[in-house]
Design a protein around this ligand. Sequence first.
Ligand code: HEM
Length: 538
Amino acid sequence: MLLAAVFGLVSLLVASLMILGILKIPSLRAIYLTNKLPGPRCWPIVGYLITYYSVFSKDPGGLITLVGRQLEEYGGFFSSWTFGSPSCITCDPDVIKAVLNNAKYTKKGNPYYLMKPWLGEGLLTSEGEKWKRRRKILTPSFHNKFGELNVGIMNRHAQVLVTEILERSGTPENIWPILKRYGLKVILETSMGIAQDDEDEEYRRFIALTGSTTKAIMSRAVNPSLNRDFVYKRTQSGKKFYEGVKFLHNFTEKVIRKRRADFERAALSSTREEKDADGEDERRNRNIPFLDRLLALGMEDHEIREEVDTFTLGGHDTTSAAFLFILFELGHHPDIQEKVYEEQMRILGDAKRPVEAADLPKMVYLTAVIKEALRLYPPAPLFTRFLEKDVLLPSGRVLPANTNMTISIYHMQRNPKNFREPTAFVPERFLHTPSEWNATDRHPFAYIPFSAGPRNCIGQKFAMVEIKATISTIIRNIEIRNKTCPALRDILEADKFTEFMECSVCNVSLCNSGDQMRALQALRFTVLAIYLSINEGN
Ligand code: HEM
């Protein structure tokens, strides 16, 4: 009787999960091929998800450690099941190359659809023909010189950033929010042409909501119970999320409408001769906001909104994480900081001189420092692909179609097979001067913080310009020393940091699921990194 009731309940659960589209019934071929691949034993139906979720909910840092151990055990690649769908995780550069370098595998994996209510089908989230068309249109608009043309904007905001950091000198405070706000202001001005007053109420709300909406997406990504829209929309957090998205959309739409009106007026007033003289090359060399370039392409307002929102998110969250980790490492290594400082003073001559485009290629040592920080702390540590076709693995085995693949560049870039003493911060790995650190036989896919192949980061050049200009301005004006907040140290030392909590003194979030992509990438480093103490101005 009891057995029948249990059987009935399980059948009901399975049927409901199938009706809701959560549980899939795999083909016999998928089962056969997946079970031949290396990987841990899985629970039926939910696969390995339950283990990951229970580890993550206690300690996100523990999840990355667990995945790292599994990758080591299975030689850089292993497969498992999630609700009846095959999935795999890899940090093997050969496997990663086989996927990223092939135009057949450009479809994004599961978590990306959580961004769609906000970003729609912008470049990051779109698929198939739509993605191909957009990428083709956007590549020239977001061309290589775009970053250099915007160095002036970066300098102006970086000066304000320096003042803001100095105001906090010596106080235990989490500086990541300041860096994020800075990154957001830079991308808003360059992508939308918005140079708004910090005190403007709507603008402040837009900035705050950009942060909280990103956090909400991240929290949802690791909570399977919030996966389905119809469930999420009914929760408190879901309602808040959709309200926030509505405000963000209204804000962007208002900016687009205004710029479209200005754009059309300007087009009417320019003469035929001016337009003829204004060829493609000339347009590229002028500093035109990304939004105006999209308007010139004749895109619809909703399509422009998707791209502006996509670039706003993609263009500030990643770069601010990079600033944070670079400053953290410079604070930890006064000798490296000194070399960066000397190089900057040699190139620019003075702490106050704004960076110019011509200075950037001369920043050889700083570039190596940035690359090394992006190796140890890639701002996008894991990303996914949904493989619609079979993949022939370098081992000769076949990964069946419809597998969700997680690519861990975090583990790949910290693998001793790819980098000697991988946890040491050694910028020399990226200098051209031969040394024991810069192996010439490094696998070309062993270092890809901006991904690689047809779906790599379109903002890579822009990001490198922004990071160089920003760090140059900071380091010429401030000497960075890391200090650990005493209260935070107590928590860490007592190893009490297994729950989601905040240090009451420096407000650093421990196991903060909101910023948990960073949490996912070695939380213990993150916690220390976001507390910088600035001792003195240079
Ligand atoms: C340090 C800074 C950055 C890092 C490490 C980074 C990293 C990445 C990575 C790894 C991807 C591939 C993600 C995937 O395949 O799912 C990506 C894609 C993308 N990034 Fe970045 N990014 C950075 C800065 C930027 C900036 C500044 C922008 C825009 C201004 C930007 C815009 C984008 C867009 C639109 C895509 C999607 C491209 C496509 O799917 O065709 N990123 N980025």
